[in-house]
Ligand binder design. Structure first.
Ligand code: GLC
Ligand code: GLC
Length: 811
């Protein structure tokens, strides 16, 4: 069942009923100011850091769900409703929510009045702007009362939810004309405040939640709105809010529009005040002056649209499959940008106060947007590498504001260092910029201990052979990609970390076949980077190490019909036919085949056939089978989840593309696409009532076949799935792959796809690549012609901005 439709021309998803199976959200903002907004106006905003500088309050896990947002209440002659349906839930005569790229338009109609709210965060100005349009679509004149509403967060989101003995006494606001200033803590250590204003005269305002709502009321029944009278109360402590009251007279057919702006303002530390207790309002003025008129609002919308248009046109496809096109051209790339901006901090499943940036997560997110803004990828790579230790290991997480590693989680996730090689190689292949390798980068953020980026990569690479177990396979440490496979932490105490409370470190023997596969997979890039730096001796040494690992995997990492997952702390196999539960895992099948292990021996095909036979479901490939049905002390968090959820046999969307890529390695385009399609949101739109999360973005996990609600997704938006699926579809399936000297073309597609065109901006030039597959091939390129001349090898960019016409014939 559908709850809306894709409007590809407008690059929007249009939701046509408000009671979606879960709040379906969008993100506004691309630089410093970010907002989450659901299809009913729920959500919140923050400046740079969702934990430290939260601007509005939001209640996670609330009853009803999606509690808190920016609400516009209408009182139309005693009839109270909201254009986004929530929180009043008065039945609407019509409703529509358009989630677009960086903006959302919510329109509701009731009793002959139409109200639409266009919400956006503009490029270059730290605010959330709303244009609210009231239109009288009835036959008679109307006097309408409009009330805005936001609830301020007292900045530190964690403290805001826990420290009530202090917080109920510190809230402060100032009101001048139509502008409400939230200035809690500004008197002492903060030099920032928020402003909430409207470009019209107001009939009244409210700034104290209890006065506006009534102590025993919910968001659905504010006293001020029902009694149709603002209280003009200046908040003192308790919960500061911002609410404007506007009175509008509308003749039949008349429209009136109001622009509300919620801005973040910062003053220099020594220029905070205009007078005693009166804040310096210059930064607020600067923001508000950009949104005084409809024309200004429209021009900001145009700028925003142009920003996304330019960004996403870096890679686009035209094919006969509209679902494929809309995912590649719009939503998958959009999600990659959001994931890059947010890391794992703020979504409807991440509270914005939890995890910092992950070393592994951020390195992977990069894969999805390096083609869009390579300069920011470069910056991010330096930040990430700066948290690496001198022995090559890496902090698992770091804080975005300080960029320092988190000591509570520490290091010892032994796949982490390798992701840096992946990320740097991706950047160099995109840009050709080898200078990043010479960049001086500190270890553990210690400026007195720096080395070149290339040296960082060497330490990343060596960290694996320096930490091998009894079978010559990499020691796993706290965990590898699978955070929940905790082979050295026998956790039996509630609340203890599954990952870090290691108690098996002496005689550490647990090994990971996944890391082995990953090592062999990244080795060619490390080797090539060494060569390009002129270090052939190191390149050869690395080749020898990779060959050794290849042999170790074949010798000790092959189980007969698939790759083993790991060896535990007792040297026992995990992911083997010999096990009772957890006989086979997805990760090593994906990464070992991506590394090319077992391809010539015929084992790769065997492993992928086993995946299909044992792990595949109609909604995607589950992580392992059979699911663990009891807690295994020696395996850790993975077996803490009920069967079918998360890492315990859930469909972890993140690693489904690994299998799809692996299929392209052995040339099976039909199967590669089948795997791609199963977890791809646009293809799941029709089963939204089962899938539940947004049909335009990926979720981290879909419940596996062992779960009661097989097919139900959770944790949408902030997942490595976005980057990996784009990496897969753009480079392996459609086959347009940046390489060190240019673009390699090698599609691996369903044999029914007879033609498609990819337009790719690359190092300054644009390549329009028309692929002809009338031969119904799954893989194999017969000829490539660029601007009339045959090409042997890669497409090279001249860097002049030239547009090249490329004809590719498969067969
Ligand atoms: C989550 C983590 C990621 C990890 C994955 C599997 O997505 O963010 O780092 O690899 O789970 O455990
Ligand atoms: C990953 C897993 C999650 C686990 C966490 C621990 O995000 O998906 O289940 O709790 O890692 O760090």
């Amino acid at each position: 069942m559908k709850y809306g439709y894709f409007d590809d021309r407008a690059k929007e998803y249009v939701i046509t009923r408000p009671d979606t199976p879960y709040p379906w959200i969008n993100y506004l903002g691309s630089e410093d100011f970010f907002s989450l907004i659901s299809n009913s106006g729920g959500g919140y905003c923050f400046y740079r850091d969702a934990r430290m500088l939260r601007i509005t309050r939001y209640r996670y896990n609330n009853v009803p769900t999606d509690g808190g947002g920016r609400y516009f209440y209408i009182n139309d002659g005693g009839d109270v409703w909201c254009p986004g349906w929530m929180p009043v839930k008065a039945k609407l005569d019509s409703y529509e929510c358009r989630h677009g790229l960086g903006y959302t338009v919510i329109t509701g109609e009731r009793g002959g009045l139409k109200c639409s709210d266009t919400a956006m965060v503009p490029v270059g100005t730290p605010c959330e702007a709303h244009r609210v349009v009231l239109e009288n679509v009835s036959g008679s004149a109307k006097d309408v009362d409009l009330y805005s509403f936001v609830e301020f967060c007292l900045w530190n989101a964690l403290d805001d939810q826990t420290n009530f003995q202090r917080n109920y006494s510190i809230g402060e606001v100032e009101v001048i004309g139509s502008a409400i200033y939230h200035k809690t803590e500004y008197r002492e250590r903060r030099n920032h405040y928020a402003v909430f204003s409207v470009n019209a005269d107001i009939a009244g305002f409210d700034t104290d939640r209890e006065t506006f709502m009534g102590l025993y009321n919910g968001f659905d029944s504010p006293d001020a709105v029902y009694e149709n009278r603002s209280r003009n109360k200046i908040a003192s402590g308790w919960a500061p809010i911002g609410s404007h009251h506007i009175k509008a007279h509308l003749e039949p057919g008349e429209r009136k529009s109001y622009i509300f702006v919620l801005g973040y303002c910062e003053n220099p530390k020594d220029d905070k005040w205009e007078a005693q207790d009166v804040i310096n309002k210059r930064p607020a003025e600067a923001i508000l002056s950009k949104f005084r008129t409809d024309e200004q609002f429209e021009s900001e919308m145009e700028k925003l649209k142009a920003y996304w248009e330019k960004l996403l046109s870096t890679y686009s496809v035209e094919s006969a499959d509209e679902k494929l096109d809309r995912m590649v051209n719009i939503w998958n790339q959009y999600q990659c940008m959001v994931t890059f901006n947010m890391s794992r901090s703020a979504s409807y499943f991440e509270s914005g106060i939890g995890r910092g940036m992950g070393f592994r997560d951020s390195s992977q997110d990069l894969l999805g947007f390096v083609h869009l803004i390579p300069e920011r990828a470069r910056e991010r790579l330096v930040d990430i590498a700066s948290t690496q230790m001198a022995d090559g290991s890496a902090y698992h997480q770091y804080q975005p504001l300080t960029k320092k590693g988190n000591t509570d989680v520490g290091s010892g996730f032994n796949d982490d260092p390798l992701w840096l090689i992946f990320g740097v190689a991706a950047y160099v292949k995109e840009t050709g910029d080898l200078s990043i390798l010479d960049e001086q980068v500190p270890f553990d953020n210690d400026e007195s201990n720096t080395a070149t980026m290339m040296e960082h990569l060497k330490r990343s690479f060596d960290h694996v052979p320096n930490n091998l177990g009894p079978h010559g396979l990499p020691l796993i440490g706290h965990a590898d990609w699978n955070d929940c496979l905790n082979l050295n932490c026998f956790s039996d105490t509630p609340g203890q970390s599954f990952q870090t409370a290691s108690n098996r470190e002496s005689g550490d023997v647990a090994e990971s076949v996944f890391i082995a596969g990953m090592f062999v997979a990244v080795a060619p890039d490390y080797i090539e980077l060494c060569r390009r730096c002129g270090n052939t001796a190191e390149a050869e040494r690395a080749k020898t190490e990779a060959d050794k690992m290849y042999d170790s995997v074949l010798k000790y990492g092959w189980d007969g019909a698939w790759f083993l997952r790991a060896y535990d702390a007792f040297g026992e196999k995990i992911g083997s036919d010999e096990c009772d539960e957890g006989k086979i895992f997805i990760e090593p099948q994906g990464f070992c085949v991506m590394a090319g292990i077992g391809v010539k021996e015929g084992l790769a095909k065997r492993a992928l056939d086993s995946v299909k036979e044992k792990l595949d479901t109609k909604y995607g490939i589950v992580l392992n089978q059979p699911a663990y049905t009891r807690y295994h002390l020696e395996l850790g968090e993975i077996s803490s989840y009920p069967p079918g959820y998360k890492e315990n046999a859930g469909i972890f969307c993140h690693n489904n593309p690994w299998i799809s890529i692996a299929e392209t390695v052995i040339g099976r385009g039909n199967r590669a696409f089948e795997v791609y399609r199963k977890t791809c949101p646009a293809y799941l739109e029709d089963i939204s009532e089962i899938h539940r999360t947004e049909p335009y973005v990926y979720s981290q996990m879909i419940a596996g076949r062992d779960a009661v609600n097989h097919g139900e997704a959770k944790n949408s938006w902030l997942t490595g799935t976005a980057a990996w699926t784009f990496w897969n579809v753009s480079r392996y399936i459609l086959g347009v792959m940046p390489d060190y000297d240019g673009l390699k073309i090698d599609p691996c597609i369903p044999d029914t796809l007879t033609a498609f065109t990819v337009t790719r901006r690359f190092r300054g030039d644009t390549f329009v690549i028309e692929v002809d597959n009338r031969a119904h091939a799954e893989k194999g390129v017969k000829s490539i012609v660029c601007d009339g001349s045959p090409v042997d090898g890669v497409l090279r960019s001249s860097g002049t901005g030239a547009i090249h016409s490329v004809k590719v014939i498969m067969g």
